[in-house]
Design a protein around this ligand. Structure first.
Ligand SMILES: Cc1ncc(COP(=O)(O)OP(=O)(O)O)c(N)n1
Ligand SMILES: Cc1nc(C(=O)O)sc1CCOP(=O)(O)O
Ligand SMILES: [Mg+2]
Length: 225
């Protein structure tokens, strides 16, 4: 967990897998993203059997090793069976208090939130980070609703201290606005897994996010002088 805590405070690009969209397959996507420096991976699989999911999750666990946090979407049982570092759950999934009881204090739990009230509640209930969604319109998750715009991240940033991961319709053209409005990290599923070169695209997002964060901390330092 010590390595997870350190990494969680330092995440930039967050990989979420999607085998239904992937050009080269989930395992290849994870290998390429981790090789590019991605520090957090979520295995999100909606179509496979539990047995298939556990087998694949064990392989992803090995690829992530100590280089990247490994989380499983929705499925606490699969996370435990594969030795994952935690789970990502949504408002309609297992309630966070029940998930915490099963997983214990040493596992990471990320919770999806859509507004400031849900964000405050997520932090109060012990979420380790929030997934703020959907920032832009997306076709990847059919029931995601309309994008709320990156400006809405600012209000969440001012009221919680845990990391904010932005998700929904994020791509190379709009990722700058997401980080400039306060996201600590971002997910881009289709922009990554549909590409021919997952390693190159992941590297692009990581570099872009780091540059924006560096620029804004330089601005704070100059003001503080
Ligand atoms: C980082 C992150 N944020 C939000 C979500 C969405 O979770 P949820 O609302 O439970 O929807 P599904 O992903 O389960 O379809 C996420 N997966 N990751
Ligand atoms: C998994 C997921 N959750 C969302 C939410 O709004 O909670 S949107 C989404 C899919 C994001 O994929 P893309 O980067 O291709 O738009
Ligand atoms: Mg879910």
């Amino acid at each position: 967990m010590a390595f997870c805590e350190a990494l969680l405070n330092d995440i930039d690009f967050y990989l979420v897998t999607d085998s239904s969209l992937s050009k080269k397959g989930t395992l290849s996507d994870v290998k390429c993203a981790v090789a590019a420096g991605c520090k957090i991976v979520q295995y999100r699989e909606k179509d496979k059997t539990t047995k298939e999911m556990i087998e694949e999750a064990i392989l992803i666990r090995k690829i992530c090793g100590d280089d990247a946090i490994f989380l499983v979407n929705d499925r606490i049982d699969v996370a435990l069976a594969a030795g994952a570092d935690g789970v990502h759950i949504g408002q309609e999934d297992m309630p966070i208090d029940s998930a915490r009881k099963i997983l214990g204090e040493n596992k990471i739990i990320g919770l999806t939130v859509h507004d400031t009230d849900e964000a405050i509640e997520a932090e109060r209930k012990g979420a380790d980070y929030v997934g703020f969604s959907p920032v832009f319109d997306t076709t990847t998750k059919k029931d995601a609703g309309m994008g709320v715009g990156p400006e809405r991240i600012q209000a969440v940033k001012t009221i919680i201290d845990i990391p904010i991961v932005a998700i929904g319709g994020i791509n190379k053209n709009n990722c700058v606005s997401v980080v400039e409005n306060g996201a600590d990290s971002l997910v881009a599923i289709s922009a990554i897994v549909c590409s021919d070169d997952v390693r190159r695209e992941t590297g692009y997002f990581i570099e872009t996010i780091r540059k924006i964060k560096q620029n804004s901390s330089d601005r704070v330092n100059v003001k503080g002088k």
